[in-house]
Design a protein around this ligand. Structure first.
Ligand code: NAD
Ligand code: LMR
Length: 329
């Protein structure tokens, strides 16, 4: 081990995604097999004991790359020196809660976390927001971290991306590894748009290989967009291991690059590309290289895609308006 440990802060560490995520980080899957990690876990005071229990189990994993675990109930301490921050803990929607209530409750979480990142995170901090509504929570955190470059705040649509790859592979009876260049556009919500028009299967255009617009519009898109609800219905709890897996994929690619000849989907601050208003944290096709991501440029957007991208982006713009009105950004 030659490298200094990388500080990885995980919020909501005692939750179900946390439980699936922490062991994979400790085993080296987040950053690679040569990078030691120090875990900094943030929980609310009532859940600190459960996080301590997970820490005992992490110790029992005897992971060679795990250089330490610290547990906090204070955001300033948890984000001090963080190189990677996984913002998983969020306030779930409960019965009778309106959308504005949910945004407000999450503002109470992501505003102080953004401030804490601004105050003490390392210069190379990379932030992934998983807690829902992920895109807008990322926007709230970002707006309270004015000293951190805006592009370091991202939100997770990789689970949607992976879900879409798996569904398309199934339809085409192809191995998932043969599917490339699929894109999730917009919000991590039911309005998201999984786009296969630029996707490839074994080097051939996937939309042409499918050649079934009815399947695309009536089965594939709703299946992917509503997969979270399907999992909740089947499991009685929201997706956890697949969400943790996607968080690992997102950061791994951001740090170590996307494979040649492929891209991935990340929700990142828009630079105005593809008509998405600047600043909205919206999902795009991205390639990662040398520790940075770039939005893939120059894709032709057909009419079928345009309306769907616009609908999801409009939802993000409405969420931004709502949190502005609440004084959260
Ligand atoms: P969970 O309820 O099991 O765990 C959440 C944890 O966060 C709890 O332990 C809670 O104590 C903690 N927490 C709450 N407020 C906190 C705060 N201010 N600071 C630190 N920790 C705090 O939930 P989960 O199943 O692990 O899911 C977490 C979030 O991820 C949810 O918002 C869920 O909707 C979201 N999610 C997102 C995606 C995605 O693709 N973007 C996928 C699945 C789940
Ligand atoms: C998912 O996509 O599985 C989750 O975002 C669903 C949810 O509402 O927690």
């Amino acid at each position: 081990m030659t490298q200094a440990p990388v500080n990885v802060t995980v919020t909501g560490a005692a939750g179900q995604i946390g439980y699936a995520l922490l062991f994979r980080i400790a085993s080296g899957q987040l950053l690679g097999p040569d990078t030691p990690v120090k875990l900094r876990l943030l929980e609310i005071p009532q859940a600190v004991k459960a996080a301590e229990g997970t820490a005992l189990e992490l110790e029992d994993g005897a992971f060679p790359l795990l250089a330490g675990i610290d547990i906090f109930d204070d955001a300033k301490q948890a984000f001090a020196g963080a190189n990677v921050a996984l913002l998983v803990g969020a306030r779930p929607r409960t019965k009778g809660m309106e959308r504005a209530d949910l945004l407000e409750a999450n503002g109470g979480i992501f505003k102080p976390q953004g401030e804490a990142i601004n105050a003490g995170a390392a210069d190379d901090i990379r932030v992934l927001v998983v807690g829902n509504p992920a895109n807008t929570n990322a926007l709230i955190a970002q707006s309270h971290a004015p000293d951190v470059p805006a592009e370091r705040f991202t939100a997770m649509t990789r689970l949607d991306h992976n879900r879409a790859v798996a569904q398309l592979a199934k339809k085409l009876n192809a191995p998932v590894g043969e599917i490339k260049k699929l894109t999730i556009w917009g919000n991590h919500s039911a309005s998201q748009y999984p786009d296969i028009f630029h996707a490839e299967v074994a080097g051939k255009n996937a939309a042409e290989a499918v050649n079934d617009e009815k399947w695309l519009a009536e089965e594939f898109i709703p299946r992917v967009a509503k997969r979270g609800a399907e999992i909740i219905e089947a499991r009685g709890a929201s997706s956890a291991a697949s969400a943790a897996n996607a968080a690992i994929d997102h950061i791994y690619n951001w740090v170590n690059g996307t494979p040649e000849g492929d891209w991935t989907s990340m929700a990142v601050p828009s630079d105005g590309s593809y008509g998405v208003p600047e600043g909205l944290i919206s999902s795009f096709p991205v390639v990662c290289k040398d520790g940075k991501y770039e939005i893939v440029q120059g894709l032709e957007i057909n009419e079928f895609s345009r309306g769907r991208i616009d609908a999801s982006v409009n939802e993000l713009a409405e969420e931004r308006e709502a949190v502005k009105k609440l004084g959260l950004i």
